[in-house]
Design a protein around this ligand. Structure first.
Ligand code: XMP
Length: 319
């Protein structure tokens, strides 16, 4: 891609000029945005960059290993892997209000990030994979009045608190452009094509109280759902797909026994930038087969629904 090749060179020059010989820290989420930002910055300044991957215990099945593995195996980027799941899940215990959950996660994330960033001598810059739509959505929503729909989990406020300057090389780009840049930088297609994953992770796909039990059930169901989508060749046609575990248990029958287990909702949407979205029109056959697999293979779920809400009036995530 000629345009992205030019953008890459231009951004590398800009980053070098901005950073000089100082140190940069970057929060890695495992998503495409922060990964592309990190790799671009690494290309510009090498070991002056240190990435911090905070595992809040709200990641999907195998996610931490996949992300850390990808960076360790394919790139020589300095990386701190911070397993802080006990801290996050402990603080979230008993909390069921969506905004409270988001705020707890956002605050802890900042604390933990700061703790690890403090171990890097002379860090003066913080790198973020902020995209153009993030810049817009934090100002207004769908062109409407300025109103906060959800507290976004990012490191807002952190730069000032830590006295850090921001490096945001993706600020002018839309999602599809970030993917093109990732391709340009040689990121594997399997990684570039990954669906977006929100900072608060599975917390906002687990309405109501979060427990380790529910998270484990959710991880298993989600992995099967994504496997089904990949097997049917639908992954790249969908903007985002995931399972939400509902805070309700329902009665079912399995073999000659009665079950009383959680219900879950499957979500899949098409979208251009996440600002608006339509539910994905799966075939009934696909939905039936997927529900059967989840209910048979995941202990703890005995009912599956499909979420057919568009955005607006719904949002993509459940909280
Ligand atoms: P909603 O649910 O608001 O989500 O329709 C729109 C897009 O944003 C993602 N999302 C987040 N991403 N931090 C993020 O980095 C967040 O706090 C957050 N909340 C939602 C969501 O997955 C979807 O792609």
């Amino acid at each position: 891609d000629w345009t992205m090749g030019a953008y890459r060179e231009q951004m590398i020059a800009t980053i070098r000029e901005q950073v000089g010989d100082k140190q940069v820290i970057c929060g890695l989420s495992g998503g495409v945005d922060s990964s592309v930002a990190a790799i671009l910055i690494h290309e510009a300044i090498g070991d002056q960059l240190t990435c911090v991957f905070v595992d809040h215990g709200l990641l999907r099945k195998n996610e931490a290993d996949e992300v850390v593995g990808m960076f360790r195996d394919n790139y020589n980027i300095r990386l701190i892997h911070a397993d802080e799941s006990d801290l996050f899940l402990g603080e979230l215990e008993g909390q069921s209000d969506p905004e409270t959950k988001r705020k707890i996660i956002g605050k802890l994330f900042i604390d933990v990030f700061q703790k690890h960033a403090d171990t890097i001598d002379g860090a003066e810059f913080l790198a973020q994979g902020t995209l153009y739509p993030d810049v817009i959505e934090s100002v207004s929503f769908s062109g409407g009045p300025s109103v906060t729909i959800k507290s976004h989990h990012n490191v807002g406020g952190l730069p000032e608190k830590m006295g850090l300057k921001l490096v945001e090389p993706l600020r002018e780009l839309f999602k599809d452009e970030v993917r093109a840049l990732g391709r340009e930088l040689g990121l594997p297609q399997s990684f570039i094509g990954r669906h977006p994953f929100p900072g608060p992770g599975l917390a906002i796909r687990c309405p109501g109280e979060i427990t380790r039990e529910k998270l484990d059930i959710l991880r298993e169901a989600d992995a099967i759902y994504i496997d089904q989508i990949r097997k049917h060749g639908l992954y790249d046609d969908i903007w985002q797909a995931f399972v939400a575990i509902l805070p309700v248990r329902t009665v079912g029958v399995m073999g000659d026994g009665r079950t009383y287990d959680y219900a879950c909702a499957l979500r899949a949407v098409t979208s251009v930038d996440g600002m608006t979205a339509d539910y994905y029109p799966f075939s009934h056959e696909f939905l039936g087969e997927t529900a059967t697999r989840i209910i048979n293979e995941v202990k703890g779920i005995n009912r599956c629904t499909y979420d057919i809400t568009s955005k607006p009036p719904g949002t993509i995530e459940w909280e």
